[in-house]
Every structure is written in structure tokens, then in C-alpha cells.
Ligand binder design. Structure first.
Ligand code: PLP
Length: 398
């Protein structure tokens, strides 16, 4: 039998950056609040599922309704574009009002700004949405094998978008080349040497969902938080914030990736400070997590905040989607995309499969545990959802 899941424990080491502090998170939240149509996404409390899994509570921060875009990614896209445009217009960095940049007096200048990015779907959709709202141009590149549905959803926002012949990481390089050649602005959700300012802004943008979640939880402190990782930018920002917010009462943090693209797991395992790269097609139903090169800025936060690293099989991931779509008791039905469901899938496997009893023990998960997961997307590929839920794809035991 193939392994369904592997787990690595690593002691958090390093210093967390102030960029992801509570202060910064509240600033970012103020910006998102100024966008017309803003409302906090729901935090579901799946009581029956928690009861079945033998824990006190399972909370799910549901990003599938974020600005009607079906995923959290627009938080980073909108915040980074706002800051880049603000900077180019020479406006004060105290400014956090979205509407300010929509004033007639800036329209002409913004219309000449052209943004470019590479994406496996959600980030590009967020950038396209933000570019449209600010009146700028955008080009979005997607890796080979991307779903047509995801491509169309980006094109519908009125930007140029196409699928390349390369995998995700090479598509990022292509976007960087095009930006240089055409004097466009690259807004990529991963960093490299000399390219850190925009990825930091994108990561800060993600803090809104985390600060909303802790406010919604109130006095109920999470004991464990599970975060999915592609390049790790989201997990880096959120894990850093959660640690800084709860300080010495910070929860245990677990990072989740598919086996096919577990670059963060491999980096943690290597323990030599060097980032590990996964090459090849990175084929997984968890398309948003199909990234082979960790974001260096994100790894700095993750290594200082997280203590458990999971790689999960396609079967485990698919089970997460099925469990959420078929609730029992009064639990809310949740229509999740595969990347969105990955942390819940991991929790489900961890608590249901006795093979992983020792991991539960090491993590200190028991009947008093309060687990928080971020459902980062709703269904983004209907065909894949049908195959998993209706036709039972990836439902065998191994
Ligand atoms: C739905 C979803 N969840 C999680 C992630 C992972 O985010 P990151 O690449 O910042 O690790 C992505 C990335 O695209 C995504 O689309």
C-alpha cells in the first residue's frame, strides 16, 4: 500500500518579521474594508464533524465567498496592486482607502500601468479583478495543464490570459522575462533575490483572512492550525501572524502539501537552510498547491512558526472534498476546491486513521483540541469536483 500521508516534526527556529505583526494585519484589514462589497467571510464551526473526530471544535474559515471570487487570493492581489499604484502616483503610504485610487484625477496615469503574473488560477484571477477595478491592464500566464474553466474565469475579467507550455515555476520565469522586455510590472506571489517588495505586499494582503478569523474566534483560542502551501506565501504570512498574535499561547502549526509538490516538506527535512526544489510536472488535483519552489520570504516565517509538515496523497485530498460536501448532523455543507480542502483532509486522516496515532500524540491533539483550518477556495474546477464526489475518483484505500 502506498503511504497516504507522511509527517515530519521540526522545532521552529528563527525570528518572525514585523511585516506580519498584528499592527500590519489591522492596517491591511482597513484597506480591504474600504473596498465596496467587502464583508468578512464566514467562520464555520463543524460541531458534528468535530464530535466524530473526537476533538472539541473544528473551525473552518471559508474563503470561497471572498469578494465573490471563490478564493482568498484576491486579498494579496488587491493589496499589492493598491500599494504599487499608490507608490507610483507618489501618494502617502498612510493611505489605506481603496476608493482614493479610483478618483478621476488618477485614471489616465493608472490606465498606462500594465501588470503581469503567472498563476495556477486563483492568484491570477485576483490580479485581474484588482487591475480591472483600478483601471490598469494585466496579462496572466498559466502553466501547462491548467483547467480551461480557470482560464475563462480570468479572461472574463477583461484581461489577456493564456496557458503556456511550461510548469508553474518556469511560467513564473516567463512572466518575469515578459515584464522586463515590455516594461510591465511583475506581481508575483513568490520571492527571489532582488524581488521581495511585491511578494511581501501580497503576503501581507493575506493577513486579512487571519485577522478576521482570530476576531471571529474571540476568546476561543485555537490549539492547532493547519495551513496548506504551494510556494508557502499564504502559510508563511498566516503562521507568522498567528504566532505573533497569540504569543506564548500560540497554537501548534502544521503545513500541508500534496506529495507531488512537497517543496516545503523537503526543505524542512533537509535542515541545512537551503531551499529544496521539486521538478517535473507537479501533477496533483490540488492545483493551487502544485508549486515546486518555495518562496524564500515565506520559508523564513514558516520555519520560525510551524512545527509539523505533512505531505498528503491525492486520496487524502479528495476525501477532504467529499467529507465537506456530505456533512452530517447540522454541519454546514461546504463545496470546496481540492487545494482549499487540503488541511481539513489532513485533519480528517490524522484523526480517523489509527496508523497516525503517534502523530496525534506528538501534536498534542485530544478531546480538548480546537482546530482551525483555512478553506482557501471553493470549487474552481467543476469537472474535477464531479469526478471526485460523483464518480469516486481517488477513493481507493491507498
Ligand atoms: C486555493 C489555494 N490555496 C492555497 C494556495 C497556496 O498559496 P501559496 O502558493 O501562497 O502557498 C493557493 C495558491 O495558489 C491556492 O490557490
Amino acid at each position: 500500500m502506498n503511504s497516504r500521508m507522511i509527517c515530519l516534526q521540526r522545532k521552529p527556529k528563527g525570528r518572525l518579521r514585523d511585516s506580519f505583526s498584528t499592527f500590519e494585519a489591522k492596517r491591511v484589514l482597513n484597506f480591504h474594508r474600504s473596498i465596496p462589497g467587502y464583508r468578512p467571510t464566514e467562520l464555520h464551526n463543524l460541531k458534528t464533524l468535530a464530535n466524530n473526530l473526537g476533538i472539541q471544535s473544528l473551525y473552518i474559515k471559508d474563503e470561497s465567498t471572498r469578494f465573490d471570487l471563490n478564493a482568498f487570493k484576491v486579498l494579496g492581489g488587491s493589496y499589492s496592486l493598491f500599494q504599487v499604484i499608490r507608490n507610483k502616483l507618489g501618494l502617502s503610504d498612510e493611505l489605506t482607502d481603496f476608493k482614493e485610487l479610483r478618483l478621476e484625477k488618477y485614471r489616465e496615469k493608472i490606465s498606462h500601468m500594465h501588470f503581469i503574473t503567472a498563476t495556477d488560477g486563483n492568484h491570477g484571477r485576483g490580479i485581474a479583478w484588482a487591475a480591472k477595478h483600478f483601471g490598469a491592464k494585466a496579462t496572466v500566464l498559466m502553466p501547462k495543464g491548467s483547467s480551461e474553466e480557470r482560464l475563462e474565469n480570468i479572461r472574463k475579467l477583461g484581461v489577456e490570459a493564456f496557458i503556456t507550455e511550461q510548469n508553474y515555476d518556469d511560467t513564473v520565469r516567463k512572466a518575469a522575462e515578459l515584464a522586463k522586455k515590455n516594461d510591465w510590472i511583475l506581481v508575483q506571489d513568490t520571492s527571489w533575490e532582488g524581488y521581495e517588495e511585491i511578494p511581501t505586499l501580497i503576503m501581507q494582503g493575506y493577513l486579512t483572512m487571519a485577522v478576521e478569523a482570530v476576531e471571529q474566534l474571540g476568546d476561543k483560542k485555537p490549539t492547532h492550525v493547519f495551513l496548506q502551501a504551494g510556494v508557502g506565501s499564504m502559510a508563511g504570512a498566516v503562521s507568522s501572524f498567528i504566532n505573533q498574535y497569540y504569543q506564548n499561547e500560540a497554537p501548534v502549526i502544521g503545513i500541508v502539501e500534496p506529495f507531488a509538490a512537497n517543496c516545503i516538506y523537503k526543505t524542512a527535512e533537509a535542515e541545512d537552510g537551503k531551499l529544496r526544489v521539486i521538478n517535473g510536472e507537479l501533477k496533483t488535483i490540488m492545483a493551487g498547491l502544485a508549486c515546486g519552489e518555495p518562496c524564500p520570504l515565506a520559508w523564513n516565517e514558516i520555519k520560525s512558526a510551524a512545527s509539523f509538515y505533512f505531505s498528503i496523497s491525492e486520496n487524502v485530498g479528495a476525501t477532504g472534498v467529499r467529507v465537506l460536501s456530505s456533512p452530517i448532523g447540522n454541519d454546514r455543507r461546504i463545496l470546496a476546491g481540492e487545494s482549499g480542502a487540503a488541511p481539513i483532509a489532513t485533519v480528517f486522516e490524522l484523526l480517523n486513521n489509527n496508523e497516525y496515532r503517534h502523530i496525534r500524540e506528538r501534536m498534542g491533539i485530544n478531546k480538548d483540541s480546537v482546530i482551525l483550518c483555512f478553506l482557501t477556495e471553493g470549487i474552481t474546477d467543476n469537472q474535477s469536483f464531479k469526478e471526485i464526489v460523483w464518480y469516486g475518483k481517488y477513493s481507493t484505500a491507498d
